[in-house]
Design a protein around this ligand. Structure first.
Ligand SMILES: Cc1ncc(COP(=O)(O)O)c(C=O)c1O
Length: 403
């Protein structure tokens, strides 16, 4: 069966192997492991009854059954989003429902932004570590991903400045809040400096912000989108996946007016619109739910899990030499293993750990070209109670055998 070997695209042949996260999740299922792997919301938080009712009602609207002719998606949902973003201080004055493009999750927003900005061989700057699936998106389009180092306060502006001084890039891709995978948040002060570097270098910023509302110790700093004001160089991507449910596949992009026609064409080329019944159902649900109240409930639940996991890290991982952080929101804790033996590989460690019943994602999954050998990602989103503690015990034992 080699029918395709001579006709595969370069992207398919060279750049589209199986992702590390996908691999770990299937190994986790195979070994029946406790999972700190998947970065997805906890199913108890899905509004199953309310959304089912709302979608049933939407399905009775005649126009949801035909092709829909507004490529940017349902106007009433876009209005809700634009209004929410404005009220929550996320957007500058040029943003209106007209600038909101509904996408197949936030992931598709990143993909469409890539379609507008990447040619094969173009450089994309990514904070590192970064979200694996976006690396795949950029690679599939032929980009060369260049790492910009980050620390506990996010991207290091001096490093960005240094890199743009010799690398002509198209955009900087960043997850500024409660980052996947590191849990870090870029400080307000750094955002101003990073935006200034982007402005001077003439590059765009693709701001991927699906964890914005999941803040546990006070609100997230001001968005790049808002900070940039009338300088519309920021493409903001967000999603209902973490705050309603990922299976709905509804996300959005805030598209600069200058790119409106380009995104309209990209939207059509990526499969016309996105399911209208789901968008209408979501809008009905959002009209009925006390949105701030829902966000508070999510925060309270996940804050509890964050607190429990950070405490368990202190109890089980610190004594064996694993250093962990305390994220201000989101789903992820970043673990570093400075004391591990020479030649330690997070990739091999994760495979041995999953055989011992605990799944984590190795740090190597989150770098475009080397890095993360001494780090791994822990997710607290889907784990609680005794299972979380047992997972930590297993992780601690698995790691203790490595040092
Ligand atoms: C940083 C980041 N961007 C985008 C996504 C994609 O989310 P979705 O496409 O479900 O909105 C995720 C999901 O884990 C993520 O962590």
């Amino acid at each position: 069966m080699n029918e395709f070997s001579g006709i595969l695209s370069n992207a398919a042949r060279e750049r589209l192997g199986r992702t590390e996260i996908g691999e770990m999740i299937s190994l986790s299922a195979k070994h029946g492991a406790i999972s700190f792997g998947a970065g997805e919301p906890s199913p108890e938080m899905f509004p199953v009854e309310e959304m089912s009712e709302a979608i049933r009602e939407a399905l009775r609207e005649p126009d949801v059954w035909g092709y829909y002719h507004d490529d940017y998606g349902d106007p009433s949902l876009r209005e809700w989003i634009a209004d929410r973003m404005f009220r929550d201080g996320l957007s500058p004055s040029w943003v209106s429902a007209r600038s909101i493009l509904i996408t197949n999750g936030g992931g598709e927003a990143v993909n469409l932004a890539s379609g507008a900005l990447i040619d094969p061989g173009a450089v994309v700057l990514v904070e590192s570590p970064t979200y694996t699936e976006s690396l795949l998106t950029f690679r599939a389009r032929g980009a060369v991903c260049v790492s910009v180092p980050s620390d506990d306060e996010g991207i290091v502006p001096e490093e960005l400045e240094r890199i743009v001084s010799y690398t002509p890039a198209r955009f900087l891709y960043t997850i500024p809040n409660f980052q996947n995978p590191s849990g870090r948040t870029t400080s307000a002060e750094r955002r101003v400096r990073i935006l200034d570097v982007a402005r001077r270098a003439g590059i765009a910023i693709v701001e991927d912000d699906p964890y914005h509302y999941l803040s546990y110790d006070g609100p997230a700093p001001e968005s790049y989108l808002r900070l940039a004001g009338d300088d519309a160089r920021v493409i903001h991507c967000s999603s209902f996946s973490k705050i309603v449910a990922p299976g709905l596949r509804v996300g959005w992009m805030t598209a600069p007016p200058e790119l409106e026609d380009i995104f309209r064409s990209l939207r059509v080329s990526a499969g016309l619109g996105r399911p209208l019944a789901i968008q209408r159902g979501l809008r009905r649900y959002l009209d009925r739910v006390d949105f701030p109240g829902r966000i508070e409930r999510l925060r309270s639940e996940y804050r509890g899990r964050r607190d429990m996991m950070t405490e368990l890290c202190r109890r089980y991982l610190t004594p064996v030499g694993v250093r962990t952080n305390r994220p201000g929101g989101g789903f992820f804790i970043w673990a570093e293993t400075p004391g591990a033996r020479e030649g330690f590989s997070s990739r091999d460690f994760a495979r041995r750990a999953v055989e011992r019943g605990i799944c984590v994602v190795p740090g190597t999954a989150f770098y475009p070209s080397g890095g993360g050998e001494r780090a791994f990602r822990l997710s607290f989103a889907k784990s609680s109670g005794e299972a979380m503690e047992e997972g930590m015990r297993r992780l601690s034992r698995a790691f203790a055998d490595e040092v």
